[in-house]
Design a protein around this ligand. Structure first.
Ligand code: PEP
Ligand code: MG
Length: 326
């Protein structure tokens, strides 16, 4: 057990058998970055860059963007900072990029897809990220949201490489990406599973509708099966099918809200996820519960959850076997 269960000491959550799982922070800008560094996060697993743009009518210049990214990166010398390219759509509109009148915003021209029509916005963002990384010693990982196919992945990777970005990857938020992860991970460096959107698209349930909350539950066994499929595909793509912990060829993280649920964090690790990213206040509880299980136990709990008939059964069965939870 950690000496003080209310704080996280950094260096990764350490399972009972010594396997380390980096615990990262979800942030929206420099103020969050400072708080995440203060909370000893092992880096950033999700920097939601669209927050920098949301009150703007025009596209920020490359110089403005460079300064905004550098202000985040400088809090994480020597650590990984996963920067997500703009995730805008009709629900998170940007006047210079998105259409406000789509009938189904969640299924529309959003996130990475906006670059099909307006390539320069993503190109400029990638250039600004590259320039910002030259000003710090943080380790930038850059990923695109709402990737569905190998063509999407290859297109994004080509743009990232053209900008000089060394570590580039994709978010797995669609069932299609999860089910073809072996192909997608062969074409990129890493993946991060956005379980908020992956759940919405798996369950065909709009995440903005409170009335659908019971469907929008990452404990749904179908969602867990897709997380497992993503990790399995990534291990296959990396040529290291039995590797565990952070040191794998094609790492897969989770950065949806599910990663901050301690019992679910154990299941995600058991499904083969290599890092977890969450709001910093949840780091201590997640580190604590992971310190109570071995990888083998996490795998057994993952199997229990994924083979449960319902989300409620999955959650109850796993929680019953984790006595450290309140
Ligand atoms: C997700 O979809 O799980 C995710 C992390 O991204 P966002 O919540 O910003 O859509
Ligand atoms: Mg998302």
């Amino acid at each position: 057990l950690q000496a003080n269960p209310l704080t996280y000491d950094g260096g990764g959550a350490v399972l009972k058998d010594g396997v380390r799982i980096p615990l990262l922070a979800n942030i929206g800008g420099a103020a969050d970055a400072a708080a995440a560094a203060e909370a000893n996060a092992d880096g950033v697993g999700l920097f939601r860059t669209e927050f920098l743009f949301l009150d703007r009518d025009d596209e920020p210049t490359v110089e403005e963007q460079t300064e905004a990214y550098a202000a985040v990166l400088r809090h994480f010398d020597g650590k990984k900072v996963t920067i997500r390219t703009i995730d805008a759509g009709a629900d998170k509109p940007l006047p210079f990029l998105t259409d406000e009148d789509e009938p189904n915003p969640a299924l529309g021209i959003r996130a990475y897809r906006t670059s099909w029509e307006k390539r320069s916005v993503l190109e400029n963002q990638l250039e600004a990220i590259k320039r910002a990384t030259e000003t710090t010693s943080a380790e930038p990982w850059v990923m695109a949201p709402m990737i569905s196919t190998l063509e999407d992945t290859e297109d994004f990777m080509q743009m990232a490489r053209a900008a000089g970005i060394e570590k580039a990857g994709i978010m797995v938020e669609t069932p299609s990406a999860a089910l073809t992860s072996d192909h997608l991970l062969a074409a990129c460096d890493f993946a991060s599973i956005g379980t908020n959107d992956l759940t919405q698209y798996t369950m065909a349930a709009d995440r903005m509708l409170g009335a659908l909350a019971k469907l929008n539950d990452p404990w749904q066994p179908a969602v867990l099966a897709l997380v497992g499929a993503t990790a399995t595909g990534a291990r296959r793509a990396g040529g290291d099918p039995d590797a565990v912990g952070a040191d794998v060829n094609k790492p897969v993280g989770v950065c949806g809200e599910s990663a901050g649920d301690p019992a679910l964090a154990v299941v995600l690790v058991g499904l083969g996820v290599n890092s977890l990213s969450m709001t910093p206040r949840l780091l201590p509880a997640v580190a604590r519960v992971l310190s109570e299980v071995t990888m083998e136990e996490a795998r057994e709990l993952a199997l229990t959850a994924v083979s449960s008939p319902t989300a409620a059964d999955a959650k109850a069965a796993v929680r019953a076997k984790l006595p450290v939870l309140d």
